[in-house]
Ligand binder design. Structure first.
Ligand code: NI
Length: 138
């Protein structure tokens, strides 16, 4: 944990009131923690915009009865060893599978891999959740 510094900022009254409302509505007990998390969100957003090394998860929903799809997904992941850190598969129904893949790499590579999986026939949903390696968040 780093040393804490106190800062004071100037902000228009209506904006201040909106800030206080947001803090309450978001369930924060403490304005400082809310502002810290806002800053961290900005940092992560910039890490992705600047193509830094990041982490993220991709959630896939797909129909495993589509011929060749399971093989294609496996081949794609084998081709990205070191990028794919882990994957968890659950069987949603007779046809449907969900897979959550944890990735760490440059932002552009994660986006490209996500797009490649999304384009496969039988993949019905592919959503990337952006996160961070956390190095710049503390
Ligand atoms: Ni399955």
């Amino acid at each position: 944990m780093s040393e804490l510094v106190r800062v004071s900022i100037s902000i228009e009254k209506p904006l201040y009131e909106r800030l206080e409302k947001l803090v309450r509505q978001s369930g924060y007990t403490n304005r400082s923690e809310f502002v810290r998390d806002l800053v961290r969100r900005q940092i992560v957003q910039r890490e992705w915009e600047n193509d830094r090394e990041v982490a993220g998860t991709v959630t896939l929903v797909y129909d495993h009865h589509v011929r060749g799809l399971t093989d294609r997904l496996t081949t794609l992941q084998h081709g990205h060893r070191g990028v794919v850190l882990a994957a968890t598969h659950v069987h949603l129904s007779h046809h449907m599978c969900m897979e959550v893949i944890i990735l760490r790499s440059r932002a552009s590579e994660i986006r490209k891999l996500t797009d490649e999986m999304r384009k496969l026939r039988g993949v019905l949903y592919a959503e990337l959740a952006t996160a961070s390696t956390g190095e710049e968040l503390h």
